[in-house]
Design a protein around this ligand. Structure first.
Ligand SMILES: Cc1cc2nc3c(=O)[nH]c(=O)nc-3n(C[C@H](O)[C@H](O)[C@H](O)COP(=O)(O)OP(=O)(O)OC[C@H]3O[C@@H](n4cnc5c(N)ncnc54)[C@H](O)[C@@H]3O)c2cc1C
Ligand code: FES
Length: 245
């Protein structure tokens, strides 16, 4: 569906907030994503997946980091331009029940889907949570809530976000996480040790986004494979064969 860009502005180092008009034709859950066609012509050829950073009946927000050709072109989009979006896709974080102490844990651009999740937890379910976000440096921070860690110590806790929260986790906690694979691997190990529950949103390279190409599969602990775009991107961390990532 072709939708109009309302705003596309830089919010941190190499990081942009893109707001797209929502004609209120569909609804979307936190953790779901859109496949975005970057141009009217076929370059880049494949759509790029982006999580929903916020969603209302007025607009869809995507927060993205410029890492390659597609996101570089996206950064040049202006108010009034049109983008072709496919979605919302994937399963999302699903129902979050009250009872556990909830930790939102994001790393870098992986914090983006947790913004929409945090808004939903608060407004729809009245569930409280603690949020922790890790970045490399202060100028990469684009979230305005929760506690932050920076690898260079320029803001908040000095070090990685997993070390920051590790001592607080136990079997009464539910972690909802998204971030770089290395961070998630370490977090999975900590959650396993502490008998803590965790739902994790994975990012893998995607070609189709609709379950056809099998380009996005991850190995699961039952020696099977699951498609991140259809069965995910959110999984119970115990389903994932972390050593294969
Ligand atoms: C479900 C899902 C949700 C995502 N949500 C967001 C989001 O909200 N914001 C955001 O900025 N990005 C998000 N991503 C990642 C985003 O899709 C890629 O950064 C984007 O496709 C890069 O396009 P490009 O053409 O700029 O880079 P390319 O030229 O395609 O690649 C540039 C570099 O980035 C690496 N790269 C590209 N895609 C990925 C990936 N999926 N995982 C790891 N490394 C990758 C490549 O290996 C290469 O080194 C998400 C990915 C998935 C699968
Ligand atoms: S991206 Fe094609 S099957 Fe998932």
């Amino acid at each position: 569906m072709k939708l109009e860009v309302c705003e596309n502005k830089r919010i941190a180092k190499n990081t942009f907030s893109l707001k797209i008009d929502n004609p209120a034709l569909f609804d979307a859950s936190p953790g779901q994503f859109f496949m975005v066609k970057i141009n009217d012509f076929d370059y880049p050829l494949l759509r790029r997946p982006f999580s929903i950073a916020d969603f209302s009946d007025r607009y869809i927000e995507i927060i993205y980091k410029v890492v390659g050709e597609g996101t570089k072109i996206l950064a040049g989009k202006q108010k009034g331009d049109f983008l072709d979006l496919l979605g919302p896709l994937g399963n999302g974080f699903g129902d979050i029940k009250k009872g556990k102490k909830i930790f939102l844990v994001g790393g870098g651009i992986g914090a983006a889907p947790l913004i929409y999740l945090s808004n939903t937890l608060k407004s729809m379910y009245g569930i409280s949570y603690e949020a922790y976000f890790g970045f490399n440096t202060k100028d990469e921070i684009y979230v305005d809530f929760g506690k932050t860690a920076t690898m260079d110590g320029s803001s908040g806790y000095a070090g990685n976000v997993v070390d920051m929260i590790e001592s607080q986790l136990d079997e009464n906690c539910l972690v909802l996480a998204c971030g770089p694979t290395l961070m998630l691997k370490r977090l999975a190990y900590v959650c396993y040790q502490k008998k803590c529950s965790m739902k994790v949103s994975l990012e893998s390279r995607m070609a189709c986004g609709i379950g056809v190409c099998l380009g996005c599969v991850v190995e699961t602990t039952d020696k099977d494979f699951k498609r991140v775009c259809v069965e995910g991107p959110v999984f119970d961390y115990r389903e994932i064969e972390w050593q294969a990532l």
